[in-house]
Design a protein around this ligand. Structure first.
Ligand code: C5P
Length: 407
């Protein structure tokens, strides 16, 4: 997959807290994704993790004091914040958040946060503290204040805390913070839009141990869900049986069968701005579900009375909605004549856009090639990893949305 933070320079601030141990992994992940990272630490942070560790991982001298004479003009707070594409404070302690809320600047970290050009160097804050400190009205008030001042405050996790208590206030894991940062840099082309997505295969049970399914991995649909969420949409993902983690910020509904997928989608579709059907829905299901395992009979070609019946077509049903029909996007997995079959689906399913791909070249793969087919014509999105393609698709969808569906 392409480097998600290539060309980005991140100013990573650490304030004091046990979550400093996660900052080592965080800087490693940011560098691995192509970012350059300048670390600045409060004095308290140096009690939890050494600047030597952070220097070795970031490959740059770590800044800890506004009085450090090593800086050519003795203005590290100005220089660092002018170079950065974003400042990320992780961990952000309760005390540091209080300082930010008040605009105090009595150490290099808070000074740099205050001195940064707000428009050019956005501030992301990953809080980390004990649950009582987190829940305290003063902390919550300070968080509201820094958000009102333009900071992007990340969620906290829930669970065991270093103090032995359990609750809210844990810093997000390093990989989660990296993903939040990547998402932050994506253009917000679907801000305020509601997007419903189906993904993965369906599983149509034959008896308690067997079923009909297909080789869809769900990777493309999950990438589309992630890309739509990164673009600022409120995303609901209806997923068939897949082994994939839910993209951050996405609401997920798990289903097994085509009928369950239909039942999850139809009541919600009318409240959406966009419906994207990436699921490889089974066209047929066994007409009757056997209560017990069907036994093999010698010489019998197929089980007695085994019949298939047609599944409902989810995309076509949403395409037919009369009132408040969302912008409908379908996928076509073909083995030949992609453009022809995609255009045929566009009309038959009353979709606004069909995304064609060659089945064998996409199922289970990490990359793909897409052919976009709509009323206006065709456009190929050349071979790329599925997340990059999903982001391109999201921007193509955003560009086609009519002003009448603007919230
Ligand atoms: O008919 P076909 O399966 O080739 O069409 C593919 C498109 O229709 C995909 O977008 C798929 O998610 C959607 N579909 C559906 N319900 C079905 C069958 C397909 O939503 N029962």
């Amino acid at each position: 997959m392409s480097l998600q933070l290539e060309g980005k320079h991140i100013l990573l601030g650490l304030s004091g807290g046990i979550a400093c141990y996660k900052a080592a992994e965080l800087v490693r992940l940011l560098v691995k994704d192509g970012a350059t990272v300048q670390v600045v630490m409060s004095e308290a942070a140096t009690q939890f993790i050494t600047p030597v560790t952070m220097q070795a991982l970031s490959n740059r001298p770590v800044r800890t004091s506004q009085w450090d004479a090593a800086e050519f003009n003795n203005m590290a707070h100005i220089n660092m914040s002018r170079e950065a594409d974003a400042m990320l404070i992780a961990p952000a302690s309760a005390d540091l958040i209080a300082k930010l809320a008040q605009g105090r600047a009595d150490d290099l970290l808070s000074l740099t946060a205050l001195a940064r050009p707000i428009e050019r160097c956005p501030l992301l804050v990953a809080p980390a503290m004990n649950r009582e400190m987190w829940a305290h009205p003063a902390t919550q008030r300070n968080l509201r204040q820094i958000a009102a001042d333009g900071a992007h405050v990340l969620n906290v996790g829930t669970g065991d805390q270093a103090c032995g208590e359990t609750g809210d206030g844990r810093m997000l894991e390093a990989a989660e913070i990296r993903d939040e940062l990547i998402a932050f840099f994506q253009p917000k082309r679907l801000a305020g839009r509601r997007v419903l997505i189906t993904a993965g295969p369906t599983f149509e049970p034959i008896d308690p141990v067997r079923g009909l399914t297909n080789r869809s991995s769900g990777k493309m649909g999950f990438a589309v869900a992630r890309a739509a969420a990164e673009a600022g949409a409120e995303v609901t993902l209806v997923a068939g049986p897949v082994h994939l983690p839910t993209p951050r910020g996405v609401r997920r509904i798990d289903v097994q069968t085509a009928q369950q997928m239909f039942d999850a989608v139809l009541p919600r579709a009318g409240q959406q701005d966009v419906f994207i059907a990436t699921a490889a829905v089974a066209d047929w299901r066994p007409a009757k579900l056997a209560d017990h395992k069907i036994k093999k009979q010698p010489g019998q070609a197929a089980p007695a009375g085994f019949e298939l019946t047609e599944n409902p077509d989810i995309l076509a049903a949403v395409g037919k909605l009369a009132a408040s029909r969302p912008f409908c996007v379908g996928f076509a997995a073909e083995s030949q004549d992609l453009a022809k079959f995609a255009r045929d689906k566009l009309e038959r399913k009353r979709a606004d856009l069909i995304v064609g791909n060659i089945g064998a070249a996409t199922f289970g793969q990490d990359d793909n090639t897409l052919l976009l087919v709509d009323k206006a014509g065709e456009r190929e999105l050349p071979r790329n990893d599925k997340l990059s393609l999903a982001r391109e698709l999201v921007s193509e969808i955003a560009a086609r949305m009519t002003p009448t569906t603007t919230p």
